[in-house]
Design a protein around this ligand. Structure first.
Ligand SMILES: *Cc1c(COP(=O)(O)O)cnc(C)c1O
Length: 397
């Protein structure tokens, strides 16, 4: 039997989400832009979904919701739009952090080539930025602050509401990549002082290839995709109605279940951390308190993350070394480097991300299997031999 502990990469679709999609592949298959009755039935569903998504996020108006192809597109569009608005006013400075998702970082890198300057805030050893850091970095040229709600590798949750307040006070737009947060912890765009927010359905048991860009009223989006007038002219292309309906159902379900799933997953997470801490020369990555309910992230000295994953998979545990997007590359994770892990330690990383169906028994199995696999790998490792012989110093005590 396989234990899937890679829910930060993607999740299994919930039955609720699947059932919510089916009618829109079959009975209600119209194009929402068509004027006839078949099209108008689709338009009605689309309007309903927009209203429900707005409510689930605490948005004031459904017009603030733009459907996209996922988190990456929403991040790109949010940042590009804010940058363009800034440039028109002669403001070309952006503030972010060193450990954002690549959808954010790579967009920022492109903007730097186009003449913008970006300040990447230090996220410290605990993987957190402070509102004071943001406040100190804002200049009269700043047009945007973009800081992720929760980190996809180490699970740390930023003080978003306080950062949002700092931005409001300074009159600077605030975007947050909330892809790992929405459906996992309470998120409310109004209470959290958010101007732009990205989310992705497949991270909360919805379908892949669909997401949302929330843009507060008055924040004008510019389109990445030109064509028809869908999404109020800000995102051309026939709407992915089955995906949107599945996402809406998954979002409502995840949000409604938070009071139940958060404490349950937090307890399992803490037990898993406790169990893995018995492995010598290992350390948890990221703050233990300000942390997603399902995220466990470790570095173990003297092993290779890739080999660890392969052996875990053989033993029936699906895990990750960090981000799914960087696996396959030999570079250590930029997130682990950002929290100060040296290269050789960052290579020995393990991310286990639970979901609402993970059982206490699964967690015990993961602990047992991981201890065994780490011990086996170390027994074969020349680096471990040198560490034990005192020819190299341990970085993790
Ligand atoms: C998965 C993820 C994304 C990308 O979302 P897609 O829908 O896969 O494009 C962006 N940001 C974070 C933090 C993520 O975890």
């Amino acid at each position: 039997m396989t234990i899937y502990a890679d829910n930060a990469a993607t999740t299994r679709m919930s039955q609720t989400a699947i059932q919510a999609m089916l009618p829109y592949m079959d009975r209600i298959y119209g194009n929402p832009s068509s004027l006839h009755s078949v099209g108008q039935a689709a338009m009605e569903a689309l309007t309903d979904a927009r209203t429900r998504v707005a409510a689930a996020l605490g948005a004031e108006n459904p017009r603030e919701i733009t459907f996209t192809s996922g988190g990456s597109e929403a991040d790109n569009q949010a940042i590009r739009s804010a940058a363009l608005l800034g440039k028109r006013k002669g403001k070309t400075h952006i503030i972010s952090t060193a450990f954002e998702h690549h959808a954010v970082l790579h967009t920022l890198k492109k903007l730097e080539k186009e003449g913008f300057t970006v300040t990447y805030l230090d996220v410290h050893e605990n993987g957190l930025v402070t509102p004071e850091q943001v406040e100190a970095a804002i200049t009269p040229e700043t047009c945007l602050v973009t800081i992720m709600y929760a980190n996809n590798e180490i699970g740390t949750i930023q003080p978003i509401r306080a950062i949002g307040a700092v931005c409001r006070k300074a009159g600077v737009l605030f975007h947050t990549d909330a892809v790992q947060a929405v459906g996992h912890i309470p998120v409310n765009v109004r209470e959290d002082n958010i101007d732009l927010l990205s989310l992705s359905a497949h991270k909360f048991h919805g379908p892949k290839g669909v997401g949302v860009l929330y843009a507060k009223r008055g924040v004008i989006l510019s389109s990445l995709i030109e064509g028809g007038a869908q999404e109020r002219g800000k995102r051309a292309g026939t709407e992915n109605l089955p995906g949107i309906m599945g996402m809406t159902a998954a979002l409502e379900e995840a949000v409604a279940e938070l009071p139940e799933t958060m404490p349950k997953m937090t307890a399992l997470r803490d037990r898993l951390i406790e169990g893995l801490r018995e492995i010598p020369h290992g350390a948890v990555n990221g703050d233990l308190e300000h942390r997603l309910p399902g995220n466990v992230s470790f570095c173990f000295e003297g092993i290779e993350g890739e080999s660890l994953l392969l052996l875990l998979d053989d033993a029936g545990v699906c895990a990750s070394s960090g981000s799914a997007c960087t696996s396959g590359s030999l570079d250590p994770s930029h997130v682990l480097l950002a929290i100060g892990r040296p290269h050789e330690v960052a290579h020995g990383s393990l991310r286990l991300t639970l979901d609402r169906d993970t059982s206490a028994e699964d967690v015990e199995t993961i602990i047992r299997v991981t201890k065994d696999v780490v011990a086996r790998l170390r027994a074969m490792s020349p680096v471990w031999r040198d560490l034990m012989a005192g020819k190299r110093n341990f970085v993790i005590a």
